[in-house]
Design a protein around this ligand. Structure first.
Ligand code: 1GP
Length: 241
């Protein structure tokens, strides 16, 4: 049943905020999965995202299978590349990097993905992915050869998000980049939220409960956190159910 997007919409209408724990298959050994997922299950996390900028073939699928053995939370692919698409997950963020001008990440990779998606049961969710400058170069920037949008040009970010919505994106993702020095500024989150009608995901550089709450308060519907859990799993203790 393809209910993930519907569930996101119902959560928003009921005022429930969502939290995704991001697992990078490149950084998580399979034998660490059970212990890690146990902590995820005890936390307020509502989704597990799986993906990374550079991941070897088949690693993602093995990880997804192992994760699914230990949780009922939906597993959503957040792929850095076509090779990270696995039928074993529940859904796929079909990311279009609308902040950049690289056709490969606007449409090229998507065309390559179709032969896999045509025969899969994955719920495919078109997502406008917007990279916002954070103070240092991120993996997304390096891999996609695109520049992030300047954090000083809020209007450009708001217009980019709106253009994504008008193109039919069902989600918008404001991304500061994995391990960002500074998360997406709260004013930017709030302006984008006010101007758009689709659910808003925010991620990159969020390391504290306070930053998480600020992101929610300014309009994020779903926050993604990866590095903070990779660096210190005790962060889960602050985010208990
Ligand atoms: C990265 O938005 C995600 O693509 C999460 O970022 O790893 O900094 O939490 P962090």
């Amino acid at each position: 049943m393809k209910t993930l997007y519907k569930n996101i919409l119902s959560s928003i209408s009921e005022g429930r905020k969502l939290l995704a724990v991001l697992i990078d298959p490149d950084k998580m050994a399979i034998n660490k999965v059970p212990g890690f997922i146990k902590k995820v299950n005890q936390s307020r996390a509502t989704h597990i995202f799986v993906g990374g900028s550079t991941v070897d073939d088949d690693v993602t699928e093995r990880l997804v299978i192992e994760v699914k053995k230990h949780t009922k939370l939906p597993v959503v692919l957040f792929p850095g590349d076509v090779t990270q698409i696995s039928d074993k997950a529940d859904a796929l963020l079909f990311l279009s990097l609308i902040s950049g001008n690289n056709p490969e990440y606007l449409i090229g990779k998507h065309v390559q993905a179709v032969s896999k998606l045509r025969t899969s049961n994955l719920e495919v969710i078109p997502t406008g992915y917007i990279l916002v400058e954070n103070g240092k170069q991120t993996a997304v920037e390096r891999v996609t050869q695109t520049k992030p949008l300047s954090r000083d040009n809020t209007q450009q970010i708001v217009d980019t998000a709106k253009a994504g919505e008008l193109l039919g994106m069902q989600l918008l993702y404001l991304e500061a980049g994995s391990g960002a020095l500074d998360p997406v500024p709260i004013e930017i989150i709030s302006f984008v939220k006010k101007d758009s009608r689709v659910p808003l995901i925010v991620g990159g550089g969020i390391r504290s409960q306070q930053q998480l709450e600020m992101a929610y308060k300014s309009g994020a519907d779903l926050v993604v956190i990866g590095t903070a859990f990779e660096d210190d799993e005790s962060f889960f203790n602050e985010l208990k159910k």
